[in-house]
Structure formats: C-alpha cells, structure tokens
Design a protein around this ligand. Structure first.
Ligand code: UT7
Length: 332
C-alpha cells in the first residue's frame, strides 16, 4: 500500500469523545405535529428518534461535554491543546467563533481557535486541516470538534426536514505520530448546491430584525430528492478516488463511516463502492443527522468494534454542496 504523503511528518487520532443531549424526539412525537408516521420515517430514513438540546444551551455546551468525555476516557490534559477547530453550521452566536467560546469554557487562554463551516462535511474538512497543521510540526495537539445544535433551525412542522435532524457533538484529538494515522483526504465543493440545502436567514444578506421575527428563512430548507441523489454520487466517487490513489481494494478497508443522513443513502453508497454491509458503521436510528457531529459520534458509539490498526474510510456530503472522504489508520 502506497501512502502519497509518506515523506511528511504524520498525524494520528489519539483520543475520541462524544456527547448527545438527554432530550428525545421520537417518530411518535412527530406524528403529533405533522402528517407523518413512524412506519414511513423508519422505512424511508431508518431513523427512530433524535436527541434534542434543551433551550438555553447551545453548540458550545455540547462540544465542551464531548471534550470533557474525551479527556476523562483517554486521560488527556486539556492544557496541552495548541489548536481547536470547530466544525459547525450552528454557532452559538455570529461572533465570536464558537471555538473561542469553547476555549473560554475550558479555561484555555492562548489557544488558536477557529470555526469551520462546511455543513455536514465540516468534520472531514476540519480533520484534514488539523492533520495538515500537525504535519507542519508547528502544532502538536489539535482538537477537531464536530458539533451542531441544528434543532434550533428545524421547522417542527416541516415533515421534509423535522424527521431527519438531531443535535450532538463529537471530538477527536490529533497529534504527531511515527506512522500515518490520517493517511489521505479528498475534499470538494460545488456552490451550485445552494438552492437545494440551506438556512438563508440570520446572515448579512437576510439579518434577523425585530420586523422579521417570523421570517421563515431562519429554518433549514432542502430539496430532499436532489440532495439524496447528489449525496450518493459524491460520497461514492470520493471513496473510489481515495481507494484508487492509495492503490487499495475495498476489501482492505475494515470500516466505512459514512455521514449519517438517511439509512437509504448509507446503503446506496455501500452498494456503489461494493463494501460488505457489516463493515458499515451507523448510529442513525437513534441520533438522526447531527450535521458535523455524525462521523465522530458514529465512531465514538461503535468504538468497541474498531481495533488498533484497522483501516477506516470516512465520507460525508452536505450543504454547499460540500463533500469528501478521508482514509485513517486507527491508532488507539
Ligand atoms: O446531510 C444532508 C442533509 N439532507 C439529506 O441527506 C436529505 C436527503 N433526502 C432524503 O433523505 C429524502 O429525500 C427524504 C427523507 C427527505 C424524503 O424521502 P423521499 O423518499 O425522497 O420522499 P419523497 O419526497 O419522494 O416523498 C415520497 C412520498 C410523497 O407522497 P406521494 O406524492 O408519493 O403521495 C410525499 O408526500 O412520501 C410523502 N412524504 C411523507 N410522508 C410521510 C414525504 N415526506 C413524508 C413524511 N411522512 N415525513
């Protein structure tokens, strides 16, 4: 197996943590607010329930819980962190960055902290960026957080979105390693996707104001069919690209960790890249789509299955459109 970055210093994941809120939104809850059914949702999405963050809390609160979970499980000292990249589309506030808010809550005074908005692909984008920072040898301990409080932007009466989304946070710790942990990554985007998946309100084009408290642009909207098709195609192509340029056969991959948006999308990608079904990790049934948190949360919740040395293929697709795939050697 050839690693195209073999001449550089390497980055590896050395710890992982996660957090989901206590509040549950079941399919039966949704039957009470719109014309849907548990049977339809399970059949068309594979989702049974999602976790919902209580009002008054925000993305940073879940991220801090996930980081604390990581530190406890892996005996990591938060004071060692040099940089925090937070992948989120649902920042606590527009300014400052949620990464700064998290750093403050953790008591980190001089850390380099910034946000990355690449919607559902955010974690993979941030992972690639974080690995690159470690590879420069300028940063040793880098936290990559994927966290979204997307329920704050879901129209509870819109059955084309309320069935899919839930809240959560996942985090990994990157540090230098003799062997490549983050082996390869391939990220792309196409701005033509804007119309099909967006939250248009609350930015500088459509700022929230007292005159528009009920502006429906504050909600997430999507054309599910277009997104579905693009997601399958883009994630499959990204995985195939990574396999090809690393001269790997799919049988050498131990685990596929796809973005958890819809079980039918996950199954279609698996079929397209020809991976055995039992090698695909999921947690969608009880979490739904947690945007930037899906991939770290899915690994975190399936951690007992993953062995040191396993090869993982991660892939994501989201608003933008943005998408990508990453290849990891699991080192813990
Ligand atoms: O991270 C990326 C985020 N977004 C996504 O990944 C979304 C990808 N898209 C999807 O997951 C799917 O397109 C949805 C789950 C959103 C919708 O599933 P679908 O299989 O594409 O359904 P559809 O929109 O084609 O609707 C099929 C039927 C329609 O009825 P008729 O016209 O056949 O009588 C809809 O009116 O199902 C109906 N329908 C529903 N029925 C019950 C649509 N949504 C619902 C619902 N409950 N929630």
């Amino acid at each position: 197996m050839q690693n195209i970055y073999s001449s550089r210093p390497h980055a590896a994941i050395t710890a992982i943590g996660g957090y989901v809120p206590q509040g549950r939104r079941t399919n039966f809850d949704l039957e009470q607010v719109c014309d849907t059914s548990d049977e339809w949702i399970v059949k068309r999405t594979g989702i049974k329930e999602r976790r919902i963050l209580e009002q008054g809390l925000a993305t940073s609160d879940m991220a801090v819980m996930a980081i604390q979970d990581l530190c406890t499980r892996y005996a990591k000292d938060i004071a060692d962190v040099d940089a925090i990249i937070v992948a989120t589309s649902t920042p606590d506030v527009l300014m400052p960055a949620t990464a700064n808010i998290i750093a403050r809550k953790l008591g980190l005074k001089n850390v380099w902290a910034f946000d990355m908005n690449a919607a559902c692909s955010g974690f993979l984008y941030a992972l690639d960026m974080g690995a690159s920072l470690v590879e420069t040898e300028r940063y040793k301990n880098v936290l990559i957080v994927g966290a979204d409080n997307i329920s704050a932007f879901v129209d509870i009466h819109d059955r084309s979105t309320n069935i899919l989304f839930g809240d959560g946070a996942g985090v990994i710790w990157l540090e230098p390693s003799a062997e490549a942990g983050v082996m390869d990554a391939f990220m792309q985007s196409n701005g033509d996707g804007r119309e099909f998946l967006n939250i248009e309100g609350g930015g500088s084009l459509y700022p929230t104001s007292q005159e528009t408290p009920d502006d429906e642009r504050r909600y997430l909207r999507q054309d599910g069919k277009v997104v579905f098709k693009q997601a399958v195609q883009s994630m499959s192509n990204a995985c195939k690209h990574i396999l090809d340029r690393n001269q790997l056969g799919i049988e050498q991959v131990n685990w596929l960790v796809p973005h958890q948006a819809n079980k039918r999308i996950i199954d279609a990608v698996g079929k397209e890249i020809n991976i055995q079904e039992e090698k695909t990790l999921t947690n969608i049934a009880y979490r739904g789509n947690t945007i930037a948190a899906t991939i770290p949360l899915c690994i975190w919740e399936n951690i007992k299955l993953i062995q040191k040395g396993d090869l993982l293929m991660l892939t994501a697709f989201g608003a933008g459109f943005s998408w990508g795939a990453s290849l990891l050697r699991w080192m813990i």
